[in-house]
Design a protein around this ligand. Structure first.
Ligand code: 13P
Length: 254
């Protein structure tokens, strides 16, 4: 049984006061939710303040990225221990915006996931094809490479990784993959994990969909056999739509 997840990736949004108000308001709205894991990923600078607010709730914190280095002369970078000190249980690795603007490679993602796991963080590892790659019919080749180059050496028998399939052409565009298109890729990701790591690990790995997820399309997505929740951008910034996504996901377990 895989418990579904709704994870909100705030990206570079909100002021500190808005972040605190959001977290304070969210807690009473989701305190009866037991069957869906709720994660929010705010900017680094808000983690500590939000940890103070959320620590007695079931809402978990994630960072949006991290360095693969533990400490030293790396100006501007943030390490795994720094984000765990701020209350994070999760870290997003390999988001397409990090791949695009910070040249994050599959190899770098593998290093980061390894260090994250060594520091008791669960990586939310993002994969996804560009529009050009989809048009050229190489979606599955791209996804397979992204998955295998990251997970092959990770200790998934003892630690969890969460995969987020986020087709780049669906992020922030309003163009959501159809449930069938998304399911086909999710199923392929699970088969790829199975070949690399065995059936048990493949069956327990949660695979989220991301890219223009909204309250209006979440149910059709989450009802697909291999879609275990969503990594949400735009629709997680408003309290109402984030809570609606959580409530609509609370009853679906694959
Ligand atoms: P949108 O939901 O805004 O398309 O963003 C998706 C995303 O990038 C989540 O990480």
């Amino acid at each position: 049984m895989r418990k579904p997840i709704i994870a909100g990736n705030w990206k570079m949004n909100k002021r500190l006061s808005e972040a605190k108000t959001f977290a304070e308001s969210l807690i009473p709205l989701v305190n009866t939710i037991n069957d869906c894991d709720i994660i929010i990923a705010p900017p680094f600078t808000y983690l500590s303040a939000l940890d103070d607010i959320l620590k007695s709730s079931s809402i978990s914190l994630s960072a949006q990225t991290m360095s693969h280095e533990l400490a030293g002369a790396f100006t501007g970078d943030i390490s795994a221990v720094m984000i765990t000190d701020c209350g994070c249980k999760y870290v997003i690795i390999g988001h397409s915006e990090q791949r695009l603007y910070h040249q994050e490679t599959n190899q770098a993602c593998q290093e980061k996931c390894k260090v994250a796991m060594q520091n008791k963080l669960t990586p939310i590892y993002c994969v996804g094809e560009s529009l050009k790659e989809r048009t050229n019919n190489i979606t599955l080749t791209v996804i397979q490479k992204q998955i295998l180059e990251c997970i092959t050496d990770l200790p998934l028998d003892s630690q969890e990784i969460i995969i987020a399939y986020e087709p780049v052409w669906a992020i922030g565009t309003g163009k959501v993959a159809t449930p069938e298109e998304a399911q086909a890729v999710h199923q392929f990701i699970r088969q790829t994990i199975e070949k690399a790591k065995g059936t048990e690990i493949a069956n327990k790995t949660r695979i989220l969909y991301g890219g223009s997820v909204k309250p209006a399309n979440i149910e059709d997505l989450i009802n697909q056999a291999d879609i275990d929740g969503a990594l949400v951008g735009g629709a997680c910034l408003e309290l109402d739509s984030f809570v609606e996504l959580i409530k609509k996901t609370n009853y679906v377990t694959h």
